[in-house]
Design a protein around this ligand. Structure first.
Ligand SMILES: [Zn+2]
Length: 469
């Protein structure tokens, strides 16, 4: 039997400052080594001060994952030497004096399967090493400490996964959940990284380290299972070790033999007192917890009559579900949801586009109302959407500016049809035998009116002109 467990590192990207100092948590905008201070650089004599919001956001994650949460949390030093770690230790958590980490014994459903969460801990991210050229040949390694000390939540699962596909599903669900809680933006580069441990038939555990994309993680786990199966078939011993995912060659490669936990010489971080989390704080957090994705989905179906498939897509994305919630959705909820999932998701398919967009919920409800009351066609609605996203103007103004108003005046439409009929003599001949050609002529009228002609009226007028019914 295959057993796969995960350790997911998730940055709390929505915080202002690092975990123990006032440097910025958003390190990405800085020149290398400019977002640093004596605390995150571990200069002797400097003292850490715990970021309260980080504890709250991490606790929200623990609650959302159904974990037990502690009455007191403690921090530990994990000692090791590595160039990305300026202090030579990382401040993290460890459940040795009782459960003092942010959360433990939680669970999350992946389809019909329950994945157990062993532990959630709050810790600091190390700096970043930048290799010039290929990792194995490089002569120069640069280090950037801007990231050192930024808040990280580590989520450790039990080895409950049996297939790479389950791993992928779990990560998608987890990433939607974190985004929905507004604690992290998993789309940011490096915001979510994972280690996986894989064993087959009760054999040794092999750990695959630090994979930044879900797609690669799924592949790496798949490769590792196949590698171990092939060793087992040939009766070759599987060694307990750490391996890296080589993205270029799409294989895992041996990195070093697995360190034992004891080698880190954990000890209590004496510079940070134990922190009590009282019932009041816990209740406050619970009360202000954003509505869960599954509850949103249920509400969209039962209250708004949206189909389960559309509700599923809409509820699992924080940005688009907010657009829906902000639209005037007491009436037309179904059409609003459809417009978001069919048109708008495609138009705003990247973070950059969403950030630049001027589209508000009200625009969407207005647009749906305009289409329903026949003031504009579906085709014009798309043009209007493009424009609203660019400039955020009122819909009425855009329809005026772009002259998108519906052409439903018989006289006006008849003139256009006559024009089309004189231009398309061949099609007119054929249309009398083959009714499908009529659709071609409708298309021509649409072209001339830039999609503004009322389709039903156009069709009936065309038939009249052609003398068919
Ligand atoms: Zn700092």
């Amino acid at each position: 039997m295959t057993k796969i467990g995960l350790e997911i590192h998730c940055q709390l990207t929505k915080l202002e400052s690092k975990l123990f100092c006032s440097c910025k948590a958003d390190y990405r905008e800085f020149e290398p080594n400019t977002n640093i201070c004596p605390v995150c650089m571990g200069i002797p004599g400097s003292l850490p001060l715990l970021n309260k919001s980080a504890v709250e956001k991490a606790t929200l994650i623990a609650m959302a994952l159904d974990c037990n949460t502690p009455t007191k949390i403690a921090f530990f030093r994990k000692n090791y030497f590595y160039p990305d770690l300026p202090k030579n230790f990382q401040i993290t958590q460890l459940n040795v004096y009782g459960n003092t980490s942010i959360g433990w014994e939680g669970k999350i459903s992946v389809g019909d399967k329950k994945i157990r969460i062993r532990r959630i801990q709050l810790e600091e991210d190390p700096g970043r090493l930048i290799y010039e050229g290929a990792t194995e040949k490089t002569k120069l390694t640069l280090v950037d400490y801007n990231r050192a000390g930024t808040p990280l939540v580590e989520i450790v699962t039990e080895p409950d996964f049996e297939t790479p596909h389950q791993v992928r599903e779990f990560l998608n669900i987890l990433s939607d959940l974190l985004e929905n809680l507004n604690v992290s933006d998993p789309g940011l580069e490096g915001a979510m990284r994972a280690d996986a441990n894989v064993s087959i038939e009760g054999g040794s555990k092999v750990e695959i380290k630090n994979i930044g994309s879900f797609h690669d993680l799924e592949k790496a786990v798949h490769f590792e299972i196949t590698r171990q199966q092939s060793l087992a078939e040939r009766k070759i011993e599987i060694v307990q070790e750490t391996r890296h995912w080589d993205d270029g060659r799409k294989i895992t490669v041996s990195a070093r033999t697995k360190e034992e936990e004891a080698e880190y010489r954990y000890h209590l971080e004496a510079d940070i007192p134990w922190v009590r989390i009282n019932d009041h704080t816990r209740n406050q957090l619970q009360t202000h917890m954003p509505e869960s994705i599954s509850s949103k989905k249920e509400r969209y179906v039962s209250k708004h009559g949206i189909t389960p498939q559309v509700a599923d897509i809409l509820s699992s994305n924080r940005y688009f579900s907010e657009l829906f919630e902000n639209a005037k959705n007491e009436t037309n909820a179904k059409d609003i949801a459809n417009m978001i999932t069919t048109d708008i998701m495609g138009l705003l398919d990247t973070r950059e586009k969403r950030e630049m967009s001027k589209l508000e919920g009200d625009h969407i409800s207005d647009l749906v109302e305009y289409v329903k009351s026949n003031k504009i066609t579906r085709a014009s609605a798309k043009l209007a959407l493009d424009e609203v996203i660019k400039n955020g103007k009122q819909l009425s103004e855009i329809i005026e500016d772009l002259d998108l108003g519906h052409v439903s005046d018989e006289g006006e439409l008849s003139d256009i049809i006559s024009q089309v009929l004189t231009e398309e003599i061949k099609a007119v001949e054929e249309a009398k035998q083959n009714p499908e050609i009529v659709n071609f002529l409708v298309g021509k009228v649409m072209q001339k009116t830039r999609g503004k002609a009322d389709p039903e009226l156009t069709l009936s007028l065309l038939k009249k002109h052609l003398g068919i019914d």
